[in-house]
Structure formats: structure tokens, C-alpha cells
Design a binder for this molecule. Structure first.
Ligand code: FES
Length: 150
């Protein structure tokens, strides 16, 4: 898991770029949109995700385990998934943060080439055979990207 760091507390982690991931308290800005509540976790700044560019790797807690995940921007929207191929439980990226194929059309698994739709995680070709990535509930507010805790 090159490029990722994790602190001991699940609610206090570091992203690939070293930005702190922290729990988000319910808040409302006087000048901006309402921010997500305490059930959301900060992933990165919106500007960290270029459309069709590299993804951001991070970790989430699921069923008591810390597991790898990622967020990407595609077609202007942010999507997040567990970083686990539906064929075999391998991480997808062929280099840290490289999740898209050469055309930027599909998410691609670096191990055997399974293709997934960026907007749904559904298998679109290769050995994933009708399975899908595990999607996380991603949202943007106030220039930041969050996921809802599972
Ligand atoms: S492990 Fe992803 S395609 Fe086989």
C-alpha cells in the first residue's frame, strides 16, 4: 500500500498527500453550503481530483477493519469505491492513484484488466463478469470531498 499513511485512530488519518483526514462535525457556514454531518469523513479538497485524472487513495473502516479505498472525478462528479477488484480482492491501481484506462473511460484493474464503469462501479468487461466494485457514498460540499461512514 505504497503512498498511504494511517494513524492509529480510524477517524484521524493521512491522505497520500499528507492531508489530515478527520471526522467532520455538523456545521453550517454563514457564507457557504451546509457541510456534511458527523457521519461524513473528509477525504480531500475538491481541487485534488481533476476530471479524468489521478484518484486519491485513502482508507476506511468497514466491519472493524481498515481497508483501502479511492476517490476519482469523472464527468465532473466525484465517485468513491473500496480499492478491491471484484475478480480477486486486489487493489486496482497500477501505480498509486492510477485507476483509469488509457482513454480515461473506465476504471481498470491492473492485475487482469477488469473494466468498471466509473459512475457505478459495474463490470464492463474482463474477468469481473457482471460483478461490481463496492461503492462508497461520496459527496462534495464547500470545496471538499467527503464520504459517508459505513
Ligand atoms: S484481480 Fe482484478 S481483474 Fe483479476
Amino acid at each position: 500500500m505504497a503512498g498511504k499513511k494511517r494513524l492509529s485512530a480510524p477517524s484521524e488519518r493521512l491522505s497520500r498527500s499528507g492531508a489530515r483526514l478527520s471526522e467532520v462535525g455538523a456545521s453550517e457556514s454563514e457564507s457557504g453550503p451546509r457541510l456534511p454531518g458527523a457521519d461524513a469523513e473528509l477525504v480531500c479538497a475538491s481541487g485534488d481530483l481533476a476530471d479524468g485524472g489521478d484518484g486519491i487513495r485513502f482508507e476506511v473502516e468497514r466491519d472493524g477493519k481498515i481497508v483501502p479505498a479511492f476517490a476519482i472525478r469523472h464527468g465532473g462528479r466525484v465517485y468513491a469505491y473500496l480499492n478491491r477488484c471484484a475478480h480477486i480482492a486486489m487493489e486496482l491501481d497500477w501505480k498509486p492513484g492510477k485507476f483509469l484506462d488509457a482513454e480515461g473511460e473506465y476504471l481498470i484493474c491492473s492485475t487482469h484488466g477488469a473494466l468498471y464503469a466509473p459512475e457505478s462501479g459495474a463490470c464492463r468487461g474482463g474477468p469481473c463478469r457482471g460483478a461490481a466494485l463496492s461503492r462508497l457514498d461520496a459527496l462534495e460540499a464547500g470545496g471538499k470531498v467527503y464520504i459517508r461512514k459505513g
